[in-house]
Design a protein around this ligand. Sequence first.
Ligand code: ADP
Ligand code: MG
Length: 245
Amino acid sequence: MSYSGAIAVNNLGVCYRTVEALRDISLNLLPGKVTGVFGPNGAGKSTLVKAMLGLIPVNVGTVSYDGQPLQNHLEKVAYVPQRSQIDWTYPVTVWDVVMMGRVRKTGWFRRFSSLSRHQATDALEKVEMIEYKNRPIGQLSGGQQQRVFLARSLAQEAEVFFFDEPFVGVDQKTENIIFNLFHELADTGKIVVVVNHDLGESITNFDDLILLNKELIAFGQRQQVLQEENLQRAYGGKVNFFVDR
Ligand code: ADP
Ligand code: MG
């Protein structure tokens, strides 16, 4: 089925040289929802996001956005990779990082417009990081860094947002700020996709869930996905999870 403004993943399969990472994934990502991608370590969560964005080759399958290949619309996509994939020694300030979100709107060699500066200021205020704007990004705590990258994605004015494990090393206050912004984005009709692995109480912040373990175990409305049988299939053996009623 295809929905207007949705992302449709069809029969997606990804192999790294010898490892089959994803098999036959089909699902829809809907505007207005905060969708969580869950599954154990190595389940293919990051691979799913990267494959959707064309950052790694796909063996089989398609990813469309509003009926066209998503890769033709990457200017509408904001992506914050997993923390471990960012070079934190890179000598840029908080302000530089957020302005990078404006590059597609401005072009590298043109001066940033006052609109861009306004959007960047606005985004940093939203994540409560404006007073850090001149700090080198490498000197911030993990939670502060996540908020800066969230600000960059906001400044980009994207329609589709992918965040890979944004809550790692983040305190409760920051987690709340971030979840509130995710829901603000969803409420204005954006697609918000968040890779996570914590099955604790914070899972109730998601509308829809994708449960993955190389194959798609379950997908849909949160409480329908959070069935013991699904969690057993995804995580195997013993798994502690928040009982969502
Ligand atoms: P998750 O994000 O759910 O922890 P990943 O998508 O990172 O899982 O990885 C899925 C599987 O693919 C794992 O078995 C992992 O070891 C493998 N993998 C990930 N990236 C690469 C790569 N660049 N080369 C080879 N294998 C990889
Ligand atoms: Mg990952």
